[in-house]
Design a binder for this molecule. Sequence first.
Ligand SMILES: CC(C)(COP(=O)(O)OP(=O)(O)OC[C@H]1O[C@@H](n2cnc3c(N)ncnc32)[C@H](O)[C@@H]1OP(=O)(O)O)[C@@H](O)C(=O)NCCC(=O)NCCS
Length: 192
Amino acid sequence: MTEVTGPIRTERLVLRPFTLDDAADTLAFESREDVVRYVPYGVRDAEENARQVARRAEQTSLRERDDALVLAVDLDGTVIGYVLLILRDAEHRLGEIGWILHPDHTGRGYATEAARALLRIAFEEADLHRVFARCDARNTASPPVMTRLGMRREAVFVEAVPFKGEWTTELRYAILAREWRAAAEGPAVRAD
Ligand SMILES: CC(C)(COP(=O)(O)OP(=O)(O)OC[C@H]1O[C@@H](n2cnc3c(N)ncnc32)[C@H](O)[C@@H]1OP(=O)(O)O)[C@@H](O)C(=O)NCCC(=O)NCCS
């Protein structure tokens, strides 16, 4: 089992489990149509948001299929988004990763920084073999994050997914544990 109980520090952020106190910060972005346009739920009101924050506060471990590890992205004490890792197949050690940021905090590399820390957990702690990410083909903000993480574009499923009342085209990206390790080690240094 993989579990996150305490904060994980990155260069500029803290990733940590949600607490009930995070509802107001979270509502600030989950209530926005532009934020949830390409995620699998609609805008949230205060009541639904509080329920989901309470649920996320318990999503701190990966044990069996479809368990989600959800971490708040905390910038100087404010939750500006979250990242999540879902165990899609325990036997095949397959995970799925995703991210959401408040638009006030995009364009600074925070999603990539947070997702990179989550990929480290995926490969080094959860011992996954492969992690994929997917997005609506119209979501132009997400593929660059995947590319920055070293993920490879593997598939375009044309009008394959019924999503918010229409058939949508889905892009899939993935990275393997050995690719992650090779990138983490960096290019070989010549001795001469
Ligand atoms: C998808 C989403 C997380 C992308 O956020 P983002 O801030 O663009 O992504 P990153 O954290 O990788 O930031 C990259 C940007 O920061 C810039 N940047 C600035 N400083 C940087 C740094 N130190 N490191 C990396 N990038 C940096 C990059 O140049 C890039 O800017 P650009 O978009 O103008 O090219 C965000 O748009 C979002 O939450 N969307 C709504 C929810 C959603 O759709 N989620 C995904 C569902 S599939």
